[in-house]
Write a protein that binds this ligand. Structure first.
Ligand code: MN
Length: 714
């Protein structure tokens, strides 16, 4: 086990400004919190967070990351609460520890193979801060090192598989090549131990054949290139047993040659030199047929560029050579960034994600000022998405802001149509609740349910929107049809004329309809009058035409009730009628705007009222207005709020009690949405002003049965 002072020394060796005191406190805190807990290995549990911290010091991370590593399992596995951490170590550490704890929780989900990509995105999205991800990867690395102590073979296998599919690729993507190799190797040992053993035996055999063969090959290649006047950097690397195995699997071949084991990378300054080097190699050494690939002229889908070839090289061994520019090399080292951007359809331009990754790599390589950088590094990938689990553990990716209704439609349109309620992480919630990363969502359905038009206000996915709209359209049409039919029946009856569907058929075309139902719907919608249809069906009859009400009559000016001198609003033209908008219910204290309607006067709206949007191109109708001083104002205004309240005995009682206690007076109350678990209620309350309303809303929010309170705008 690393001793306390050793750990602090290590951090201070690369970060002289590290918070030594906090490191010491975290060490002691974690040691005490884990107490006598033991690992599967029989070691004291504390050895685990300590080793994780050790791995992170190898990566030269800031002291906040090291402290987080020490504390990372205390909230999940001991009596410690997040508040304890916050009190002891502050906001930043608490946030980081909370992040790692949340990641540990989603780990318990059973993830299907095909969803690995989504799961990786979820991990990234939930990490938010790069340090959370780094601690998690180090945690996984140590758990993999001690995997063989776990007795249950199924559990070992599950962890190993998850490591291969989720964590090793993540490590690779953020440039932790060493961690990635280690994770893969340990998982490989668990899952295909025999294959790994035989590959290692072959590797040892090949290595034994020549001493420093790699060095000699590099030297000779360097000399060849420099003779031709091209400065190069050459990197020789032995492939890992896992990558050799993958290659053998992909190509379905045995490995026999050094070419299967060694890769040489020639790094040059520009593309021209890449092709020059290729020419030199092909001129100097016998080419292995069928191995040349030009990924420069045709990059791989993830943006990877290089020239690949294989030759019988300096030592008369087959060797694989990759030739690339420095820039191509950097991009290939952080393959993901390119990959992510490609996925997002942004091509390979230097988006912010890519820059972020590049900077991160530079920091990890040079570690000049890790603290400053890491502190301001937030993971922005996938912040526009949210990833949720179905009860079976399937991952569903949705746009941010999605609700259980979106989730239901994403699963299946029939599930969406029949949705009556939802549970998130086992708790019943209103359908308009916004989903969070890692939420487990269960949709409650009922055969008799149909989509509610109100859902359209809060769903965000196109799928949900179009289904709901389609349903609302069909529903509206059937309402219009019924209305149209009864209008026709009434009109025909008044004139003493029989009516049947058959009689309408000859006049359908005249009214732009194909079926009788179309005609009914158009009449219901007000596109045609029943009277005109009657005239068309009985053209020979003289039926008195009913005069329509004139437009003037319909827009009759509202009665003017307010008198000139007691107007509560400043900025009005004297004599103008004043109304308060029924959409936004403005209150003294709200910022307001007047809207002039000819023959109607001025209507006062709140500044942010949606209705104003449709008058944006008519500035001459807008009036600058403001509230009078408080003493001039009448002391009663109607405000409107929307309350979501649990459907429980007595919940309405507590609503009215709270409003009464805060001296509000309920003048109207209407339930707009009723489900088995929640009501949405629109409440009209008489209040003095905005402050009064704010006070009432705060009191309501503090009431347990009340789920949410918002000002209503309808
Ligand atoms: Mn752990």
């Amino acid at each position: 086990m690393i001793r306390q002072y050793e750990l602090v020394e290590r951090v201070k060796s690369y970060d002289p400004n590290a918070d030594e005191d906090a490191l010491n406190r975290a060490y002691v805190f974690s040691l005490r919190a884990h107490g006598s807990q033991k690992r599967a290995s029989g070691d004291p549990y504390f050895s685990h967070p300590l080793e994780v911290a050790g791995i992170l010091t190898d990566m030269r991370l800031d002291s906040a990351s090291i402290i987080t590593a020490l504390l990372h399992d205390t909230v999940e596995d001991t009596q410690t609460s997040l508040e304890d951490i916050q009190k002891m170590f502050g906001e930043e550490i608490a946030r980081l520890v909370d992040g790692v704890t949340k990641l540990s929780k989603i780990e318990l989900q059973n993830v299907q193979n095909k969803q690995a990509e989504n799961f990786r995105k979820l991990v990234v999205a939930m990490s938010e801060d790069i340090r959370v991800l780094l601690v998690k990867l180090a945690d996984r690395a140590h758990n993999m090192r001690t995997l063989h102590f776990i007795k249950d073979p199924d559990k070992r296998r599950r962890i190993a598989l998850e490591t291969l599919e989720i964590y090793a690729p993540l490590a690779e993507r953020i440039g932790m090549q060493a961690v990635k190799d280690e994770l893969e190797d340990l998982a490989f040992a668990e899952m295909y131990g025999d294959a790994r053993a035989s590959i290692i035996a072959r590797l040892n055999f090949l290595r034994a054949k020549g001493d420093n063969v790699i060095g000699r090959i590099i030297d000779e290649l360097m000399e060849t290139f420099s003779k031709n006047g091209i400065p190069t950097q050459i990197l020789g690397r032995e492939k890992t047993p896992y990558s050799i195995w993958r290659k053998m699997q992909r190509r379905n071949v045995e490995f026999e040659q050094l070419a299967d084991v060694m890769a040489f990378r020639v790094v040059v300054d520009n593309v021209e030199q890449c092709y020059q080097c290729l020419g030199i190699v092909h001129g100097q050494y016998p080419v292995v047929p069928g191995r040349f690939k030009d990924y420069i002229s045709t990059p791989k889908p993830n943006g990877y560029k290089s020239l690949h070839t294989a030759v019988i090289g300096p030592e008369k061994e087959r060797i694989e050579i990759q030739i690339r520019t420095r820039e191509m090399h950097e991009i290939s080292e952080m393959g993901v960034a390119a990959h992510w951007q490609y996925k997002q359809g942004e091509g390979l331009k230097e988006g912010k994600h890519y820059r972020w990754l590049r900077q991160l790599l530079e920091i990890l390589d040079q570690a000049e000022s890790p603290e400053e950088f890491l502190e301001h590094t937030k993971l922005e990938m996938y912040q526009d998405q949210v990833f949720c689990f179905s009860p079976k553990g399937d991952l569903v990716a949705l746009p941010r802001g999605a609700t259980p209704v979106d989730f239901a439609y994403e699963v299946h349109s029939a599930v969406g149509d029949a949705c009556v309620g939802a549970k998130i992480n086992g708790r019943i919630v209103p359908l308009r609740t916004i989903l969070k990363n890692g939420d487990q969502v269960e949709i409650i359905t009922s055969k008799s349910q149909t989509p509610s038009p109100t859902w359209e206000e809060f769903v965000v996915t196109g799928k949900a929107k179009s289904r709901i709209r389609k349903f609302v359209r069909t529903q509206k049409r059937s309402q219009y049809m019924n209305l149209g039919k009864s209008l026709m029946q009434k009109t025909f009856r008044q004139e003493g004329k029989p009516l049947s569907d058959k009689m309408l058929e000859p006049v359908l075309k005249k009214f732009g309809s194909i079926t009788v139902d179309d005609l009914y719907a158009l009449i219901g919608e007000g596109m045609h009058t029943a009277h005109n249809v009657l005239l068309a069906v009985y053209p020979e009859e003289k039926i008195a035409t009913q005069p329509l009400p004139s437009a003037e009559q319909m827009a009759r000016p509202a009665a003017k009730k307010t008198t000139g001198h007691s107007l509560p609003i400043k900025g009005l033209i004297p004599g103008m009628a004043l109304h308060f908008a029924k959409c936004c219910h403005p209150l003294p204290g709200d910022r307001i705007v007047g809207l002039v309607t000819t023959g109607k006067g001025v209507t006062i709206h709140t500044n942010d009222c949606d209705v104003l949007q449709s008058f944006i191109d008519q500035p001459d109708r807008w009036l600058d207005v403001s509230w009078e001083a408080p003493q001039v104002l009448p002391d009663k205004h109607i405000s409107r709020i929307a309350v979501v309240i649990a459907n429980e005995p007595g919940s309405l009682g507590s609503l009215s009690t709270v409003i009464g206690k805060t001296s509000g007076n309920i003048t109207n109350l209407r339930i707009t949405t009723r489900s088995t678990d929640f009501f949405e209620i629109i409440v009209d309350v008489e209040v003095k002003d905005l402050n009064h309303l704010t006070e009432i809303m705060a009191a309501l929010r503090a009431t347990p049965v009340i789920h949410s309170v918002e000002r209503a705008s309808a």
